[in-house]
Design a protein around this ligand. Structure first.
Ligand code: IPE
Ligand code: IPE
Ligand code: MG
Length: 249
């Protein structure tokens, strides 16, 4: 169980233990090339592979990728079904590779609106990779930060809890198995959270880039990590209170 960053000051290491990414800009990448939006989603998968490789090389423990938000159901039906199909096919084709690279796959989100075949594939992929202890790759699909907090609170209510504590809620959030993200990256130029990990991003370092997701790669990830390494993470304290190794003055 991991402590909450607002209760216990986290263990800050040179390489972020947990990187969370909003993979944005697929549609614009395609539009620039006069291609249909979905071509951008397809190319986005190559960037995912590259970023996973970079995380493994760097020794990142958790990589969390926002693939589909609870609000993305508002998109045109054809795009939604293309994305669901792409997810299904990626699970079919990539799970063996994840397994041979010692990667554990987790999927967070509601899952209620997924088709039975996709839900079954997810369960199977999670089961197959459950014992891997290299990198944990979490895909957030049909995920929303507000949904997550509410399902956690409702789980506590169902247990008869009368007062919700931080620690109790942390244990019910869908990423209870991971430390909070150290580094948050959003590609595509927008500077917003778009209902991603609202609770868990409390003290994450934020990194925004104009690069569109299909153009993002291992090198770009390393640049984001280099930016992270220049930051001073104080968690409410003064610079003078920090251990020498963590000061950036
Ligand atoms: C991100 O790219 C992928 C998903 C939200 C599924 P977008 O599809 O949002 O691309 P832009 O923002 O329209 O360029
Ligand atoms: C956020 O991107 C969600 C994912 C990348 C899955 P969006 O493109 O949906 O975000 P907004 O609508 O621009 O905030
Ligand atoms: Mg977008």
């Amino acid at each position: 169980m991991f402590g909450s960053s607002t209760q216990v000051v986290p263990d800050v290491r040179p390489v972020p233990r947990h990187i969370a990414i909003i993979m944005d800009g697929n549609g614009r990448w395609a539009k620039k090339r006069l291609l249909p939006r979905v071509a951008g989603h397809k190319r986005g998968l190559d960037a995912v592979r590259d970023v996973i490789g970079a995380c493994r090389r760097l020794g990142v423990e958790h990589l969390t990728l926002f693939a589909f938000s609870t609000e993305n159901w508002r998109r045109p039906e054809e795009e939604v079904s293309f994305l669901m199909d792409l997810f299904l096919r990626a699970l079919e084709h990539e799970v063996e590779r994840l397994n041979s690279n010692n990667i554990r796959l987790r999927v967070i989100g509601s899952r209620q609106r997924f088709g039975a075949d996709l839900a079954a594939r997810i369960a199977e992929a999670e089961r197959k990779t459950a014992a891997n202890d290299g990198l944990t790759l979490t895909i957030a699909a049909d995920y929303g930060g507000r949904w997550d907090i509410l399902q956690g609170v409702n789980a506590l209510i169902a247990e008869g809890v009368t007062e919700v504590t931080e620690q109790a809620l942390c244990e019910k959030l869908s990423m209870h198995y991971a430390p909070e993200p150290d580094l948050f990256i959003r590609t595509g130029g927008e500077q917003r959270i778009s209902n991603f990990l609202l609770w868990q991003l409390a003290y994450a370092e934020l990194f925004f880039t104009d690069q569109l997701w299909p153009d993002f790669d291992g090198k770009a990830l390393e640049d984001a990590v280099a930016s992270y390494q220049r930051r001073e993470r104080r968690f409410g304290r003064t610079s003078e209170q920090l251990p020498e190794a963590l000061r950036r003055d």
